[in-house]
Design a protein around this ligand. Sequence first.
Ligand code: ATP
Length: 350
Amino acid sequence: MALLSHDPIYSEDLEKQELIGSGGFGDVYKARHKGLGFDVAVKKPRQAVGPDSSLFMQSEAALNKEADHMSKVSCEFVLRIYGIYLEKSGGGNYMQKGIVMEFMQRGSIQTLQKDLSGPPPWPLAFRLAHQVALGINFLHEKRLIHHDLKPSNVLLDKDLNAKLADFGLARDSTSAMISSEELVKEIGGSYKYMPPEAFHLSYNPCRAFDSYSYGILLWSIFTAKEPYPGKNYTLVEVMITKDEKNVQRPPCDELELIAVNGMTEMVALMKRCWDKEPRKRPQFKECCEITERMYSEHEKGIDDAVREVKTRLDQPESSTKKQNPSTSMGLRNSPQMPVQTVSNDTVDYG
Ligand code: ATP
């Protein structure tokens, strides 16, 4: 086993392990840390099949890289890492089998969308948009590019505050070019959040990648919809990389009908973020300024919004949990809501 650069957390330190989610990479468990006395989450990569397999060695390196990135960014809006998870192998030696992280009680933006069957009340939607921007801005300040921003990678704490998770694809902004083949293998199901330039034969890691993904994520937060439903990798590539006139992005017409303070500005931000030209996309410092302004107009409603959502999430399945929270929130014309290590210059936006 490689030398551990993070605190070891042994399987015996944890109890009551329970599967709470699965992704392309592996499974996520909730567990109680006996010594610390609180719940943690353990992410275990699926390819860790055995102590002697090369697959395991690969995942051990990937785990260490992910843990390194996470510990580099200690910030309120980024998921905290507690250590590397170690389990005894058949031979009696401890092997690295995962990462132990902060447990997020309210799942992710993706699970919230499913549970509410629509967008969250607007104050919460604007706060999520702002908190994600703050998290990514922090990462970029630390010269890291996230590369996998999407609803399932924005986790929610007990009061529905957002924290960025899943640093498996994160890269230092000075890292070498990645071939599109390598990127696609790593990015798996996240291609709908991937910018046009990353579909090319090789892609030069740049922060504008995250700006593009953020634009699509904002659209998803405010519509509670999946972009390009039913479209596979090849179709999405064709749709988003066409020439200027025919290029496609998620539709904003329904959002533009919503008479809510800041919505017009929010749609304008989405559109700037998903611009085909990386250098035209806003950097996160500017995104934070815009989203802070928008959120400040809704801040007085945030406590009610959080209380409302928590009440609905805590109701049993069969009750009104799935009512659309935004139906009473000011549609202008329609009676129906849409169901709902970088240098700090701008070179990587050009
Ligand atoms: P992929 O890895 O393919 O991109 P994903 O993001 O859904 O997909 P995971 O990162 O493995 O996959 O997470 C799976 C699910 O587990 C998440 O969507 C989330 O609901 C839950 N989850 C992940 N980490 C935590 C955590 N720290 N606390 C609580 N729930 C978590």
